[in-house]
Design a protein around this ligand. Structure first.
Ligand code: KG4
Ligand code: ZN
Length: 342
């Protein structure tokens, strides 16, 4: 069986073709492609929703034509991200999916983008995966992206319960805003983390908001404001110690995430932790999770570096797993605020 996956929820236009084998419960990626709009948005310091949808509309039809030309029409199902994300962007992928599905007389299934990030850790570097064995449940998935920061308890396949969440900014958003304050460009995460490599993480003692709240609540807005005040109070220093600012900010973020992960480990005693979303591209965060994995003697599954930011493979993985778990849900049209647990 072959599944075509389409992802256009934000600023990446992406396709993946999955092949699954129901006999041995495995799936693999046959082909995938991605057009990133980042360059177009970076001049504006962030994603501009209507520019994003215009670029998706411009690129996606030809990408689909080329993809089908290369891989053939032998497709049994289409899966498409229908939320959460930017409404104008989502509509482009969803409309194309529905049109193609009707023309080819094959079903179209809606996929929650966040489920994609959760399951992105479950495919190996050769882009081959399998239906997970039951003893991975319950596991906790930590989502750290530009739009979301939350921890989800996955008690069984397709059962998601949010156990921790940011009360304000997402962690990726905080990286992006700090980069903007420092005039570093967009997206901020990769630039800030690169600069942080040569900085001293102990140089500035930025706050660790809500670190002692005793629950899963996180906050990154106050941290971002502290960086702003620091820059106002130290305008000359700013030029000299950007690397220290980046490293100290990154350290605060990581300290908060690690502390909240410890809280979740103690409270829920999961079998496994997975992490998804663009911020897990961050090497220091990856290292911190690796240390925590040794400390708690628990496996942390992290996605391949290329699957950390948005892509269609992660959407295809959920499409494949839904099939392997025999899950059929009604098509849900565009919902920019689709909650992970709905
Ligand atoms: O998952 P993603 O591609 O899109 C959303 O669904 O939001 O995540 C993008 C976010 C951006 O905020 C970006 O700055 C952040 O991931 N990011 C990073 C790094 N690479 C990307 N944050 C910290 N360190 C990185 N190396
Ligand atoms: Zn994402």
């Amino acid at each position: 069986m072959k599944i075509l996956a389409i992802e256009t929820s934000c600023d990446e236009t992406a396709l993946a073709l999955m092949e699954l084998n129901k006999e041995n419960n495995t799936y693999k990626v046959i082909d995938h492609t991605l057009y990133s709009q980042i360059k177009e948005h970076s001049k504006f310091g962030g994603v501009v929703p209507f520019l994003a949808s215009r670029l998706h509309s411009k690129k996606l039809p030809q990408m689909l034509i080329d993809f089908i030309h290369t891989n053939g029409r032998d497709i049994d199902k289409i899966v498409v991200t229908t939320g959460p994300g930017l409404s104008p962007s989502l509509y482009v992928g969803v409309n194309q999916a529905l049109l193609l599905g009707t023309a080819m007389n094959i079903p179209v299934e809606s996929i929650n983008h966040l489920h994609g990030h959760i399951w992105s850790s479950f495919i190996d570097k050769n882009l081959v995966g399998e239906k997970p064995i039951d003893n991975i449940f319950p596991f906790i998935s930590i989502l750290v992206s530009g739009g979301h920061t939350e921890m989800i308890l996955v008690e069984k396949y397709n059962s998601y319960k949010v156990i921790a969440k940011t009360v304000d900014d997402a962690v990726g958003e905080a990286f992006d805003k700090v980069a903007k304050m420092l005039d570093l460009g967009y997206p901020g995460g990769p630039i800030v983390s690169k600069l942080a490599e040569s900085g001293n993480p102990e140089a500035i003692n930025f706050p660790r908001p809500m670190i002692n709240s005793g629950d899963g609540k996180m906050s990154f807005s106050g941290l971002k404001t502290s960086v702003l005040y620091y820059l106002k109070d130290n305008p000359i220093i700013k030029e000299n110690n950007i690397a220290d600012i980046c490293a100290s900010f990154e350290k605060s973020v990581i300290d908060v995430i690690i502390s909240k992960t410890k809280w979740a480990l103690d409270k829920y005693n999961p079998k496994l932790i997975t992490v998804g979303g663009g911020v897990i591209a961050n090497q220091e965060l990856r290292k911190a999770f690796s240390n925590l994995s040794s400390e708690y003697n628990i496996e942390f599954k992290l996605p391949e570096q290329s699957l950390t930011t948005d892509n269609a493979i992660m959407i295809g993985i959920v499409g494949a797993l839904n099939e392997l778990y025999d899950i059929k849900e009604d098509f849900r049209n565009v919902d920019p605020n689709w909650e992970i647990s709905e």
